[in-house]
Design a binder for this molecule. Structure first.
Ligand code: MET
Ligand SMILES: [Zn+2]
Length: 718
């Protein structure tokens, strides 16, 4: 077996430096290009990546880090876990990812504590695992044709099955991995990387036993490449000695978030993740070199802490950034260069002393009046029908608006003209909602390129990038702002748009804000202050905005906190502390409103079990939450919240238009669990990725369903 290369990365962005993959995918989905054209775009991006990594001097090039949609979905396909209902569709892969006219897509959720979403594999009694290694093999050949030997990256069996809640299928799945290893060995592949990020969370003794038996079995496979098991997103803790007890030759550890392994990994290669794949800051060389020197192993290779998928491509693509900030920044290409430089410098230096941060004084959660009093005050103030209908905030972002924003940036459209267009769009959104008969309206967020970036652009202490795109799911990307200094709000941000919308209608319009935890979670943040202090600074800015919205006459204010769960530490012993300050930050942001102002919050996932008490603790008058996509699984869990609840009845992640009957069915399910006076009727999430055609048809059905149920309730009440 050849020695493991001295420098590598666990993965690299794949959407393209100018989001080439996004464009290729969307054009294929819209029928504007062929599958061949899409495949060619993919091949171009892969070739570019290998060339770039080689040019930067990286020794160990990964392959199979590309994906047309998601690496977990790719792994499901690799293992033959394609549910039968998708097999006869035109394109089963995208049918699973996005649904078709008839079929709903598979469930999607966040990848550990990142803002990347993966497709949850569906494994049931009918699943027959069968290896289809075409993609990793063809990437190896493709790279070889360009002159590069690569290390295929595959999601490991334990992580895959844990994400699919199917660890009991380990035996069958390992059969496929054995076959895969044999196929890669036959192809002349020297090393394979099996990603096991699930090992950095708390694992039960049974799960650790599964890790042991999996890697003992794969390690004893006759013909196989060197096995590199990569743990990342935290400290591998107890899983590390377990892995070390198996025949795997290389183990990847995250030395940015986790500690230097206490055990001596003599005889193994430790692939030391000393360059962070989760932030945008340059790596202090002393820290990295100290960590490298402290690792006890047969051989130490330098790497990133995780895949670079979670950072943008290149700082050099940001001519607009202040040079003083720029010199502190490292995106993917700069991080690769750091890995290479570290691998070339002789390892020396003492291990860095652990820094301990003083705990700031506890913040008392400021309260509003008790819910019963607030509810009474709001009922009088708002006068809503039972089962009020509303949306989550955004309406479709039209190409015209995006083009107009680009034109302002390019100087070919004046700010005043742009603002008039935003107002025209707000008027259209208000009229559409009135026509559809919704009860609580929104202004549609047309002025926002993104729910976090927009606030970052208007707050001091943030910088925004021009090309710093990071993949969120499928073809969707975000441009996380960079929070580099103290945060403050120089002037009101959203008030004029909300007030304008309210001036057009007698129906209540919701003011729409992003919460402090989410603003921070979806930004790259400074690392010289504890996260909670950063979040509290943002909370104070949001609090000022809430007060100004109220003063401008908004009767309902929604403060979205979709990222509340995302920042939840993966290890249980750190979770309570996080949840306590996150909830306190939210209450600090919202508690400046008077009792008669209704506070809504929104969360867009349903695997909220671990944070239910915290969601309850936000004390919002109304909580809207994803439910349609996950078939109402959340209902039992939120039933005990004593306040307003809007479990989604329309899955906005798919282009599909739900029928009124389908929506009514979901609503009946909700009403079976929750008292009618607390139920709200709304989609799972914002509508900005959908078209007006889809949205109008879907919302019309939502309103029809709500009216029908309202009518029945009145009838049965008589
Ligand atoms: C990801 S949650 C989105 C909430 C936001 N108000 C919207 O409707 O787009
Ligand atoms: Zn949402």
């Amino acid at each position: 077996m050849s020695p493991f290369p001295t420098s590598t990365v666990l993965g690299y962005p794949r959407i393209g430096p100018r989001r080439e993959l996004k464009r290729a995918l969307e054009s294929y989905w819209d029928g504007r290009s062929t599958r061949d054209e899409l495949d060619r775009a993919g091949a171009d991006l892969r070739a570019r990546t290998w060339r770039k990594l080689a040019e930067l001097g990286l020794e160990g090039l990964p392959s199979n880090t590309f994906s047309m949609y998601d690496q977990v979905l790719d792994t499901a396909v690799l293992l033959g876990a394609v549910p039968a209902r998708y097999r006869d569709t035109d394109d089963p892969y995208f049918a699973m990812a996005r649904g078709t006219g008839e079929l709903a897509p598979l469930r999607m959720t966040k990848w550990f504590d990142t803002n990347y979403h993966y497709i949850v594999p569906e494994i049931g009694p009918d699943t027959v695992f069968k290896l289809d290694a075409a993609t990793p093999l063809s990437e190896v050949r493709e790279a070889r044709a360009l002159g590069y030997e690569t290390r295929p990256v595959i999601v490991g069996p334990v992580t895959f099955l844990l994400l699919a809640s199917a660890l009991d299928r380990l035996d069958e799945v390992l059969g496929c991995y054995e076959e895969l290893l044999a196929a890669l060995a036959a192809e002349g592949v020297g090393w394979v990387q099996l990603d096991e990020p699930a090992l950095v969370a708390d694992r039960t003794p049974e799960e650790l036993a599964a890790v042991r038996s999996a890697y003992e079995r794969l390690g004893s496979a006759e013909a196989r490449p060197g096995l590199f098991v990569a743990t990342y997103f935290g400290d591998a803790g107890e899983a590390l000695p377990v892995l070390a007890g198996t025949p795997v030759e290389a183990i990847g550890v995250d030395l940015v978030r986790g500690g230097v392994p206490e055990i001596d990994l003599e005889g193994r290669t430790v692939v030391a993740g000393v360059v962070s794949g989760r932030d945008v800051w340059r790596t202090p060389p002393e820290r990295a070199l100290g960590a490298l020197a402290a690792v006890r192993a047969g051989r130490v290779a330098v790497s990133t802490s995780c895949s670079l998928l979670h950072v943008p491509y290149d700082v050099e693509a940001e001519p607009g950034l202040d040079p003083r900030l720029k010199e502190r920044l490292a995106f993917a290409d700069q991080k690769v260069a750091e890995v290479v430089a570290l691998s070339r410098s002789p390892f020396h230096g003492p291990a860095p002393a652990g820094t301990s941060v003083a705990r700031p004084a506890p913040v008392t959660a400021e309260g509003r009046g008790p819910y019963a009093e607030r509810a009474a005050a709001q009922a009088g103030h708002l006068r809503l029908p039972p089962l009020p209908t509303t949306t989550i905030g955004s309406f479709p972002q039209t190409g015209e608006l995006r083009a107009a924003r680009a034109a302002v940036a390019a100087g070919s459209l004046s700010q005043e003209d742009y603002e008039r267009r935003v107002e025209a769009e707000i008027e259209r959104v208000v009229r559409v909602q009135e026509r559809l008969g919704l009860d609580v309206l929104v202004h549609g967020e047309p002025e926002r390129n993104d729910m976090v970036q927009y606030f970052a652009e208007h707050l001091d202490g943030f910088a925004v990038t021009a090309n710093g795109w990071v993949q969120s799911y499928g073809s969707r990307c975000t441009r996380p702002p960079i929070l580099y200094g103290d945060v403050s709000r120089p002037s009101p941000i959203t008030v004029r748009w909300a007030a304008y919308a309210q001036s057009l209608t007698d129906k209540p319009v919701k003011g729409m804000l992003t919460g402090p935890v989410t603003i921070v979670a979806w930004s790259f943040v400074r690392d010289d202050l504890p996260l909670r202090d950063v979040v509290f600074q943002v909370a104070d800015a949001v609090r000022e905005e809430v007060r100004d919205l109220e003063a401008a006459g908004m009767k309902i204010i929604q403060v979205d906190e979709p990222a509340l769960r995302e920042l939840l530490p993966l290890r249980r012993d750190a979770q309570a502390d996080y949840l306590e300050w996150a909830v306190a930050a939210y209450r600090r942001a919202t508690s400046g409103a008077s009792d008669r102002t209704q506070i809504h919050t929104h969360l867009c996932y349903s695997d909220a079990d671990q944070i239910l008490a915290a969601i309850d603790g936000l004390d919002a008058d109304v909580t809207t939450i994803e439910s349609a996509r996950s078939g109402g699984r959340i209902l039992g869990a939120v039933e005990s919240f004593g306040r307003g609840l809007g479990p989604g009845v329309y899955d906005i992640h798919s282009p599909r238009v739900p029928s009124a009957e389908e929506v009514a069915e979901l609503l009946r399910g909700t009403l079976a669990v929750l008292p009618a006076e607390r139920v709200w009727v709304n989609p799972d999430c914002g509508l900005k990725t959908r078209t007006y055609e889809q949205v109008e048809a879907s919302l019309a059905n939502v309103v029809t369903a709500a009216r029908e149920l309202r009518h029945r309730m009145n009838v049965s009440a008589d």
